[in-house]
Design a protein around this ligand. Structure first.
Ligand code: PAF
Length: 283
């Protein structure tokens, strides 16, 4: 695997590959890699001749400075995992490469998507995500961008940003990879103590509860029970919502729509999110 640390060098490399019609898949990450990221690398390898991963803990998307400081850094094992997965190129920049002196922050008109769910609890977060992803796509102009469904709203926001900016790459969203007990893989899971890790399975259980009761109970009652399930496990709940696939809130059953259940909850200052498609039958 080739490692680039300089933006202009990787851009030059990618542009040479593009001239030779080599299709490029790109997996942006903040490191602390797990099987969820590796599944995206595998998807990209199956679809493209060249797979590029980036590791950059983007300061502009952290609304909570403590979360930024505590974000896990495991660069050596990340590199080992990428090599084992057959990733071709890693972009591993310092902050100045991504945000050089004089870099001008732009504002994205993301509409209502920006202020609901995660946006309500993480002011400015999605502006920071758009800023870094637009910049990364500028440095690494790929054919296909790979994102994980675990960050469902982030996927919608990045799709919107690429439309707003006329960025010519397609986006593929892959299903969430889970631990055996259902906990969605996340870099933040490594911060959980043994007992918090055990408690954290309640998030997936609550999503499954929502899914299996959607037909026979009111949405209000289902959400109430799901809240109680999380609170009994010492979680502080930011939200439990049921939406359509475009993140429009749904208050009543509607059998014609694809529905998604989304949860964000915190235990001991560690904030976890998860979601589940409620209207398919294979999970
Ligand atoms: O999902 C993430 O890890 C980050 O938000 C991303 C897309 C790499 C941007 O920093």
């Amino acid at each position: 695997m080739i490692i680039y640390r300089k933006a202009d060098e990787i851009t030059q490399y990618i542009s040479n590959k593009k001239k030779n019609n080599i299709s490029i898949g790109f997996v942006p990450t903040m490191g602390a890699l797990h099987q969820g990221h590796i599944s995206l690398i595998s998807k990209s390898k199956a679809d493209n001749l060249l797979t590029v991963c980036s590791i950059f803990i983007n300061p502009t998307q952290f609304n909570n400075p403590d979360d930024f400081k505590k974000y896990p850094i495991t660069i050596e094992s990340d590199i080992e995992m990428l090599v084992a997965a057959g990733c071709d190129v890693l972009f591993l920049p310092q902050r100045e490469e991504v945000y050089p002196t004089g870099f001008i922050k732009t504002h994205y008109e993301l509409g209502k998507l920006e202020n609901i769910l995660e946006g309500r609890f993480r002011q400015g977060h999605f502006q920071g995500v758009c800023l870094v992803v637009e910049r990364l796509l500028n440095i690494i102009p790929c054919d296909i961008l790979y994102l994980g469904q675990k960050d469902y709203q982030q996927c919608m926001i990045i799709e919107k940003m690429t439309q707003l900016r006329n960025i010519n790459c397609s986006i593929k969203i892959s299903p969430t990879i889970r631990e055996k007990d259902g906990l969605a893989m996340s870099s933040r899971n490594s911060r959980l103590s043994h007992s918090e890790r055990t408690a954290a399975t309640i998030i997936y259980q609550a999503l499954k509860y929502i899914k299996s009761n959607l037909k026979n109970k009111s949405i209000e009652d289902i959400k109430k029970t799901a809240y109680q399930m999380l609170e009994q496990c010492e979680f502080e709940v930011d939200y439990i919502e049921i939406t359509d696939q475009h993140l429009g809130f749904v208050e009543h059953q509607d059998s014609n729509k694809t529905l998604v259940g989304l949860i964000a909850a915190t235990i001991n200052n560690i904030r976890l999110i998860d979601n589940l498609i409620l209207t398919d039958f294979d999970e």
